[in-house]
Structures are given as structure tokens and as C-alpha cells.
Design a protein around this ligand. Structure first.
Ligand SMILES: Cc1cc2nc3c(=O)[nH]c(=O)nc-3n(C[C@H](O)[C@H](O)[C@H](O)COP(=O)(O)OP(=O)(O)OC[C@H]3O[C@@H](n4cnc5c(N)ncnc54)[C@H](O)[C@@H]3O)c2cc1C
Length: 229
């Protein structure tokens, strides 16, 4: 009888992604054990941000109660953004970003003008997390999923033997998924988008930034006009 060798399931997924989803070297999709895990959700935001920003901007000139058209107000906000003035900070948003790798979260953690709260590896079981495989690695080696399995099995072994989770986690790879709440004002949001939508940023954090931009477009189109082509 012929020996039928079955391909690992993720190889088929890779083919599907490669058949059109990848637009460029920099826009690789996520490929996780449990599906595409990245999610960016808007939890809350300043509901009258437009009015708050306009009022703060006008207050600089001592005419905070002046009647102006929507277009004039929009132009005023645009001028504040271009001049990097502080009134734009009078709007803020809270995002919940989940299913991203720890490598990606590290990049977000660098923003000092954000407030963040990230899922603890002390209080949760990290072996239950998904894993984000860069396609560049999957293309080179079939062993990628096995390496992750070895690491998570070793982690479980350590925890079972009584090692605290916060010590056992040292043996887990950076591709393990995590989640975090991120709060920032609109000035910082624009800063993050400018840095992380740029083609020099890594593909995964660019996807996070793209999802944040989509949310901004839906809710505060007047804020993100600079990203429209
Ligand atoms: C493509 C790319 C590659 C990167 N590579 C590396 C790398 O190899 N190694 C590495 O360590 N990091 C790297 N980073 C991270 C980068 O250096 C920043 O730490 C990160 O992008 C956060 O930016 P930020 O400091 O401007 O943001 P925030 O911390 O949010 O600060 C926003 C702005 O506030 C001002 N500010 C904040 N704190 C201070 C301060 N203490 N003094 C003066 N002004 C301040 C600055 O104007 C700053 O731009 C990279 C980032 C990108 C986008």
C-alpha cells in the first residue's frame, strides 16, 4: 500500500494566505495555532472630543464661545495637529488589543504617553495562549510548530513540578499571544499611527496600527485625515 504522507494543516493555511492575501513583504498576515487571533477593539473614548478640542483651541485666543461652522472647526483642529499643539490631547481613547505576540506587545509597551495594563503571566496559564508564526519562519522550517510545542510542554512540566508561573515563563517564546488595554490621548494616537503604519515598522504591529486607524476613521474621521490618500 502506498504511504500517504499528510501535510501539516498550517501548510494549507499558508498556501491560502499566499494565494492573494499577502500584499507585500511587510503585510504578512498572522498565522496562529488557533486561528487568526489579533483583535483591536474600542472600549471607550471621549464622546465630545471634537467639541472639547475646539473649545480648548479657541480658549487659547480668548474666544472659546465663538460660533464657528463645522468646516472652520475642522480646519482649526487640523492647524492644531500640524502645529503639534496641546488641545488635541483633550480627546482620548481606550483600546483592547488581544491575540498579538509578546514581541508585538513589547513594541507597544514603549509608548510612554500611553497607559497600559497587560495580561499577567503570573496569574494566567500561558500554555493556553495561541502562537503567532511569522510566515518568513514557516517558509524556512517545518519545525516551527514543534519548537513551540516543546517549549509549552516544558513550561507545563515546570509548573506541574511546583515552579511559579512567573519563573516557568522564561522558557516560552516571544510569539506567544498576549492582550492589553491601551489608553492614549489623540496626540499620542497620531504619533503611534505615524510610527507604526510606516513601512519600516514590523508587519504585526503595522496590522495593529491599521486596525486602530480603521477605528479612528469610523469614529473621528476629522482626526486622521492625514492618513487618507
Ligand atoms: C521602525 C522602528 C524601529 C525601532 N527600533 C528600535 C530599536 O532597535 N531599539 C529600541 O530601543 N527601540 C526601537 N524602536 C522604538 C522607538 O525607539 C521608540 O521607543 C518607540 O517607537 C516609542 O516612540 P516614542 O519614544 O516617540 O513614544 P513615546 O514614549 O510615547 O513619546 C512620545 C513623544 O514624547 C516625547 N518624549 C517622551 N519621553 C521623552 C523624554 N524622556 N525625553 C524627551 N522627549 C520625550 C518625544 O517627542 C516622543 O516622540 C523602534 C521604533 C520603530 C517605529
Amino acid at each position: 500500500m502506498q504511504n500517504v504522507k499528510t501535510e501539516p494543516w498550517w501548510k494549507r493555511r499558508l498556501e491560502i494566505f499566499e494565494s492573494g492575501y499577502i500584499a507585500s513583504e511587510y503585510q504578512q498576515p498572522l498565522l496562529a495555532f488557533l486561528g487568526d487571533t489579533m483583535k483591536v477593539e474600542l472600549i471607550d473614548y471621549t464622546h465630545n472630543a471634537f467639541e472639547n478640542i475646539v473649545r480648548a483651541a479657541r480658549g487659547c485666543y480668548g474666544n472659546e464661545d465663538k460660533e464657528m461652522s463645522y468646516e472652520e472647526n475642522k480646519n482649526l483642529i487640523r492647524a492644531m495637529i500640524n502645529a503639534e499643539h496641546s488641545p488635541i490631547e483633550f480627546g482620548e481613547a481606550i483600546f483592547y488589543i488581544s491575540g498579538i505576540s509578546r514581541a508585538c506587545a513589547n513594541q507597544l509597551n514603549r509608548y510612554r504617553h500611553t497607559s497600559q495594563a497587560q495580561k499577567s503571566m503570573r496569574y494566567t496559564d500561558s500554555s493556553k495562549e495561541s502562537f503567532v508564526h511569522p510566515i518568513s519562519c514557516l517558509k524556512i522550517s517545518d519545525a516551527c510548530p514543534d519548537v513551540v510545542k516543546t517549549c509549552t510542554e516544558f513550561y507545563n512540566k515546570l509548573v506541574k513540578a511546583g515552579v511559579p508561573r512567573e519563573d516557568a515563563r522564561y522558557y516560552l517564546p516571544m510569539g506567544m499571544t498576549t492582550s492589553l488595554h491601551l489608553k492614549c490621548n489623540f496626540r499620542e494616537l497620531l504619533h503611534i499611527l505615524r510610527q507604526r503604519l510606516d513601512q519600516h515598522a514590523q508587519w504585526e504591529v503595522r496590522q495593529v496600527a491599521q486596525k486602530m486607524l480603521n477605528i479612528a476613521r469610523d469614529n473621528w474621521p476629522w482626526l486622521v485625515e492625514e492618513f487618507e490618500v
